[in-house]
Design a protein around this ligand. Structure first.
Ligand code: FE2
Length: 217
C-alpha cells in the first residue's frame, strides 16, 4: 500500500466507530438467513474474489469451531458460520461504511441480534464494540490470523501441505510479512477468547486448507 492509500485507509478506519452497543431486536432471536440467501448477499455485495475467499475461510473456521469445540448442533453452527460469512460483506464496495452497512442490512432483514453483534464486534479497535459472547470472541480471533496463514500458504510451494505451527509463529514475528495483519489484534483476541496460539494455529491450518470459491457456486 502506498502512502496515499495508507493515509486514506487510516482516515476511513478512524471514522468507522459504530457509536452504539445495541444491535438488532431481541424479538428476532433465533432468526437467520438461509444459506442460499446469505450466499446470494455475499455474491451481490462482494465482487472481489480474494475477499470472498477470506469470508468463506472464516465462515468455515467458525462452523468447525462451533461443532468441535463448542459442541453446538446444526442450528448453532449455522449462526456462527453466517457471522463469518458476512462479517466483511460491505468492505469491498463501501469501505467508508464498513460494518455499519451490513449491520443495517441484517437488522432490516430481522436477523438474530447475536449474529449482528458478532459482526459489529469483530474489530473492536475500529468499530468500538467489545466482543462479549463466544461467537464474538472467536470471530475476532479467527479474522486476522486466518488471513496471515492464508498469505503464508500462498508463498509456500505446497501451500498448506506440511505447514507447521512453528512456521506460522515465525511469520507472526516477522513484522514485514503480511504487514497489514495486526499482531496486536491477534494477541488481544486470543487473550479475550482464552485460546492459545498453539491451539488456534493448528486448527486453522487443518480446517482452512480445503476451502475454495467453488462453495459459492
Ligand atoms: Fe475479515
Amino acid at each position: 500500500m502506498n502512502q496515499k492509500n495508507a493515509t486514506f485507509k487510516k482516515t476511513i478506519i478512524m471514522s468507522l466507530l459504530l457509536n452504539r452497543n445495541k444491535f438488532g431486536d431481541v424479538a428476532n432471536t433465533g432468526k437467520t438467513l438461509s444459506k442460499e440467501e446469505a450466499n446470494l448477499l455475499l455474491k451481490e455485495w462482494v465482487l472481489n474474489d480474494k475477499l470472498r475467499l477470506h469470508m468463506l475461510q472464516v465462515s468455515h473456521l467458525m462452523k468447525c469451531w462451533a461443532a468441535e469445540k463448542e459442541g453446538l448442533g446444526e442450528e448453532g453452527q449455522w449462526r456462527w458460520e453466517m457471522a463469518g460469512l458476512l462479517h466483511d460483506a460491505d468492505w469491498d464496495q463501501w469501505p467508508g461504511e464498513h460494518c455499519k452497512k451490513i449491520i443495517e442490512e441484517l437488522e432490516r432483514r430481522n436477523v438474530d441480534p447475536e449474529i449482528i453483534h458478532a459482526i459489529a464486534s469483530h474489530g473492536p479497535n475500529h468499530f468500538g464494540v467489545e466482543p462479549e459472547t463466544r461467537m464474538d470472541k472467536m470471530l475476532y480471533a479467527f479474522d486476522e490470523l486466518s488471513g496471515l496463514i492464508h498469505a503464508y500458504s500462498l508463498m509456500r510451494p505446497n501451500g498448506y501441505e506440511g505447514m507447521e505451527l512453528k512456521g506460522v509463529k515465525k511469520r507472526l514475528k516477522e513484522k514485514s510479512f503480511a504487514a497489514n495483519v495486526s499482531r496486536e489484534e491477534i494477541a488481544d483476541a486470543c487473550s479475550l477468547a482464552v485460546v492459545e496460539l498453539e491451539t488456534l494455529i493448528p486448527f486453522i491450518i487443518e480446517h482452512q486448507t480445503g476451502v475454495s470459491l467453488t462453495e459459492l457456486q
